[in-house]
Design a protein around this ligand. Sequence first.
Ligand code: ADP
Ligand code: MG
Length: 237
Amino acid sequence: ISLPKDTEGGTGGQIDVSRPYAGAKYFEQMPLSERTKKGLKESKYTHMTAIQRAALPHTLCGRDVLGAAKTGSGKTLAFLLPVVEKLYRLRWASEDGVGAIIISPTRELAFQIFDELKKVGKYHSLSAGLLIGGRKDVETEKEHVGRLNILVCTPGRLLQHMDETPDFDCSQLQILVLDEADRILDLGFSGTLNAIVAQLNRERQTLLFSATQTRSVQDLARLSLQDPEYLAVHAES
Ligand code: ADP
Ligand code: MG
């Protein structure tokens, strides 16, 4: 694990609240709710992967993170756990509306994220929905997106709702996740992402995960993250 840039912003000069969790190996050791721990245990997740060990101490304490680790390294839980924990700690309920948005490059990946969320979030009462375009009727979707707490979306469909759905309100958004950011950009969604990010409130936490650290990922990071921790996991452990 390498931590290339410990920028002044992130923790500079202050007590580092992520520190007590720096050497943790198991989910059980992390500051997670009992509900989440139960969901993890049932899903047979006990040991954290390298990117989870590197990212969770930061993501769980509310920091922006740019995390790079290769495909299959377990990035999904590194962002799903802070999403669920943040809304749980805030006692987020259906009337609070959209609290978290997770953007994924493809429908297939969005499905996988949603499945993982259903597993680890099983004991929470948060509502979640997939906004991925395709066969699903956008008009029917428009009627209930406003009541969902966690949205897992592809960029095009999310922007469509932001532009067309009258009562789609993400002004209370707490956490934004850009997953597989390099692929989102490779697929030509850079303009769509910029339009989405421009409409979101600045007070949110943002997590950006990518398999590679390209120039365009850096540009996106500059646009969407504030004082991020840069975490890159190179080798399996
Ligand atoms: P990435 O997004 O980095 O490509 P995923 O989050 O999709 O990786 O995880 C890859 C696989 O590893 C999935 O099948 C997932 O269930 C599994 N996995 C993730 N974290 C753990 C863990 N802590 N323990 C065991 N398996 C895990
Ligand atoms: Mg992934």
